[in-house]
Ligand binder design. Structure first.
Ligand SMILES: Cc1ncc(C[n+]2csc(CCOP(=O)(O)OP(=O)(O)O)c2C)c(N)n1
Ligand SMILES: [Mg+2]
Length: 432
């Protein structure tokens, strides 16, 4: 089959020469071929979510593969880490240097950049390690919160990005996701968008075997904006993301999909969750999807269309660099300090009783300086403001950890690494 040359979706938004369907099929083919070659992996999820991912990445995601750590890039977190080939295919197709076709061919092999579940640091573009279900979503809530805080400090010229999460049934079953969903709703993290692979299939069969939660209702109850769509309809996916990006609350888009979309016998079944499709279903999927190419071959025009998507972010990156360059020196230094997680050090005045400051500061007795905790130090409820009390310097060796009262934390100054010089510093609740 020759890939269709036109394309424009009903909404008139798609501008590429290769159709949405063909671009999504490139993801499906790479996923099924890589899993087949490795003789292990999860082809179903990438094949099911290929349409959603294609709409998101080709039309919305702000990123630049040659500047993978651009601080103001949109984050894309694959919480359903078992579907790692979805992410690896996207990184390869959009042109991240680390993710070559050879790495895709070495999926799940020792020392490859393409382990079974994504590992942060193995290849640029992998925002966080995921695999333990639920955690990616929780990490993403943290990322969205970090964006909110940084934007409040530095303004939208410098910090203005969205955090997208691809999550599966298993992610939403995990308790950790519940707490994270609750917090995101409470804080109104409106730039967080969860694309839920609502495929009604999990590891052992239909989800009805194990879970009866009304997931959209659960998110609604936590204050989220919720939509439910056909996850194979590009126009609906597009509309839903447009709405989610302007919603005043975090957004859940429940995308009804078919696991292993295109596979003749395994689509829609748990058999496609975590095992190769097998040669018959792979051949059948090639036929059904209209993808006649050999394993790991993405035709030049299809790859070029994907690479054009990757190249599109360079202008936005350059614009951001220019704005960064116009900052005054102190603001820029502070921005860079926060990016590098370097603590603030500064002298403080002891106001007697050992109570010296409220929130965000720690003093280390060994050097008499303040450490920036970057948050509420006592970690307690709103009416119990954290305060710092400077105690006598104590040894902080393994045998004798400093006593930390309920609601407190202790820390040593990173500038004073010698164990017997490092003072213990406790953070108490003011009300304690
Ligand atoms: C915390 C945690 N528990 C168990 C697993 C093992 N596990 C991997 S995938 C999966 C089921 C996932 O089902 P679903 O999320 O619906 O994915 P799909 O079959 O739709 O791809 C499980 C239980 C895991 N990865 N993490
Ligand atoms: Mg599922």
């Amino acid at each position: 089959m020759t890939p269709p040359r036109t394309t424009a979706a009903a909404s008139g938004v798609q501008q590429f020469e290769v159709s949405h369907e063909v671009m999504a099929n490139a993801i499906r083919a790479l996923a099924m071929d890589a899993v087949e070659q490795a003789k292990s992996g999860h082809p179903g999820m990438p094949m099911g979510m290929a349409d959603v991912a294609t709409v998101l990445v080709t039309r919305f995601l702000k990123f630049d593969p040659s500047e993978a750590r651009w601080p103001d890039r949109d984050r894309l977190v694959l919480s359903a880490g078992h579907g790692s080939m979805l992410l690896y295919a996207l990184l390869y197709l959009t042109g991240y240097e680390d993710m070559t076709i050879e790495e895709i061919e070495r999926f799940r092999q020792l020392s490859s950049r393409t382990p079974g579940h994504p590992e942060h640091g193995h290849a640029r573009g992998i925002e966080t390690t995921s695999g333990p279900l639920g955690q990616g979503l929780a990490n993403a809530v943290g990322m969205a919160l970090a964006e909110r805080l940084a934007a409040a400090h530095f303004g939208p010229e410098l910090v203005d990005h969205d955090t997208y999460v691809i999550a599966s049934d298993g992610d939403l079953m995990e308790g950790v996701s519940h707490e994270a969903i609750s917090l995101a709703g409470h804080l109104g993290l409106s730039k967080l968008i969860v694309l839920y692979d609502d495929n009604r299939v999990s590891i052992d069969g239909p989800t009805e075997l194990t879970v009866s939660d009304d997931q959209p209702a659960r998110f609604r109850a936590a204050g989220w904006d919720v939509q439910a769509i056909d996850g194979h309809d590009p126009a609906r996916i597009h509309e839903a993301i447009v709405r989610a990006r302007t919603a005043a609350a975090p957004s859940l888009i429940a995308c009804r999909t078919t696991i292993a979309y295109g596979a003749p016998t395994k689509a829609g079944t748990a058999a496609a969750h975590g095992a190769p499709l097998g040669p018959d279903d792979v051949a059948g999927a090639r036929e059904r999807l209209g993808w006649p190419y050999a394993p790991f071959v993405v035709p030049d025009e299809v790859l070029a269309a994907w690479r054009a998507v990757g190249a599109r972010g360079a202008d936005a990156y350059r614009g951001w660099r220019a704005r960064l360059g116009k900052l005054d020196e102190a603001t820029r230094a502070e921005f860079e300090r926060q990016l590098r997680h370097v603590p603030v050090i500064g002298h403080i005045e002891d106001r007697g009783e050992g109570v010296v400051a409220q929130q965000r500061v720690l003093r280390d007795d060994a050097c008499g300086k303040l450490l920036d905790l970057g948050g509420h130090p006592a970690g307690s409820s709103g009416n119990q403001h954290g305060v710092v009390r400077i105690g006598p310097a104590r040894r902080t060796d393994r045998a004798r950890r400093p006593q930390v009262p309920h609601g407190g934390r202790s820390a040593s100054c990173p500038m004073c690494p010698t164990a017997d010089r490092a003072a213990s510093v406790s953070v108490f609740d003011a009300s304690a």
